[in-house]
Design a protein around this ligand. Structure first.
Ligand code: NAD
Length: 370
């Protein structure tokens, strides 16, 4: 039996705790089958933490996150806290964790599972078998660059300012994550920017080219303007393997790629930090969706994105590729068997609850590993 793996579980608000419960079912199954042993600490984040601790992410939670091998995050926010001032919003909980743990590389796979090929907004022949991943720089760029703000000019007119700033080190470290990832996949990176009109884009292209030449010459590298990448994602998405992007372009391209797959309730993500001197790497795993207050408490949310986030955690934080694939295949088999939560319901399929989806995934895990 492998050694203990330390997890910090932060279910958050809305449907977060409901879908996290189904991950616990998967974890229980793994422990029962003696596939792994986990040491789990559960904490509060977001609105739940605001209510109980007066802050969306306490120092104690940050300390626990630092000590953990990986953080499994649900989602935060909801109407109860919508009227709070900006600096007290539940969403600051995740921003603080990203900043404190130095989580700079956001990985979002966009995979079209065969049973859900009709859920895509594109024609089945364009997306069938799609399996791409977007690596988005997530701690720099225009969302953080200074100067920023809304000022009034000499004529009394308001001016809004944001500044795109990237240092070569910031570009290099996220590029390395993309190249590394490509080596484990189909060995191709498409680096996106606007080198034609942005100075930071010129630097981005130059640094990615240098890192490629010096360290990853075996990986195929292609440069593409971000606007063209958006168009190509809609017309020929299967040409891509790993797409590398800045914070801003990655935000837009990853939402576009998510739309190709058809359902928010199915999409996991990982955010990784640098590998430390001790070989450890901070990492946080979360579904792409939010806390879905419109359906919270009704037991109808789709837990697959949260379960698949746990599969990513096994793969990236513990190198448990076989177990990660087992979970991914179990989810696919439940869908292939015609079971659907409301968000991915299709004619002729059986509508099931959050809990039944979790139970069904565990049942398939049992069959696949028998
Ligand atoms: P959302 O993702 O919560 O919901 C969008 C729509 O998708 C809703 O109709 C919802 O019911 C549905 N949906 C989402 N996840 C689902 C699931 N697993 N199963 C079934 N249906 C699902 O986005 P929103 O409505 O824009 O935001 C709601 C709250 O979540 C806000 O407070 C927002 O700030 C927060 N949010 C948090 C995160 C995060 O914690 N990382 C991310 C996005 C939004």
């Amino acid at each position: 039996m492998p050694a203990n793996k330390r997890l910090l579980v932060l279910p958050g608000d809305g449907i977060g705790p409901e879908v996290m419960r189904e991950v616990r079912r998967v974890i229980d199954w793994m422990e029962h089958r003696q596939r792994a042993r986990f040491e789990i600490e559960e904490g509060l984040v977001g609105g739940a933490a605001l209510d109980a601790e007066g802050t969306p992410c306490s120092d104690k939670t940050v300390a626990s996150a630092r000590q953990a091998d990986a953080v499994l995050f649900g989602s935060v926010g909801g109407p109860k806290w919508d009227s709070l001032p900006f600096d007290q919003r539940p969403e600051l909980g995740i921003l603080r964790l990203r900043k404190e743990l130095g989580l700079f590389a956001n990985l979002r796979p966009a995979i079209v599972l065969d049973p859900l090929v009709d859920a895509s907004s594109l024609k089945p022949e364009i997306v069938r078998g799609l399996d791409i991943i977007i690596v988005r720089e997530s701690t720099g760029g225009i969302y953080f660059g200074e100067p920023r703000g809304v000022h009034t000019d000499a004529n009394g007119k308001r001016i809004g300012i944001d500044t795109e700033v990237y240092s070569e080190d910031e570009i290099a470290r996220v590029a390395r994550v993309a190249f590394d990832l490509a080596r484990k996949r189909r060995n191709k990176v498409t680096s996106t920017e606007k080198a034609n009109v942005m100075q930071s884009g010129r630097l981005w292209r130059a640094v990615v080219t240098e890192i490629h030449k010096a360290e990853f010459a075996d990986v195929e590298l292609e440069h593409m303007y971000a606007d063209n990448a958006a168009m190509q994602l809609c017309s020929r998405p299967k040409q891509f393997d790993v797409i590398l992007a800045s914070n801003l372009f990655g935000d837009v391209l990853s939402d576009l790629a998510a739309a190709l797959t058809g359902s928010l309730g199915m999409l996991p993500s990982a955010t990784l930090g640098a590998v430390g001197a001790d070989g450890r790497r901070h990492a946080l795993y979360e579904p792409i969706h939010g806390s879905a207050p419109d359906i919270a408490g009704r037991g109808v949310a789709n837990p697959c994105a949260q379960i698949l986030s746990f599969a990513m955690l096994l793969r990236w934080s513990f190198g448990m590729e076989e177990d990660a694939q087992l979970i991914e295949r179990a989810v696919e088999r439940v869908l292939a068997g015609g079971m659907r939560t409301a968000d991915i319901m299709q004619p002729g399929m059986a509508r099931i609850s959050t809990a039944v989806m979790g139970e069904s995934v565990v049942r398939e895990l049992g069959k696949l590993s028998a």
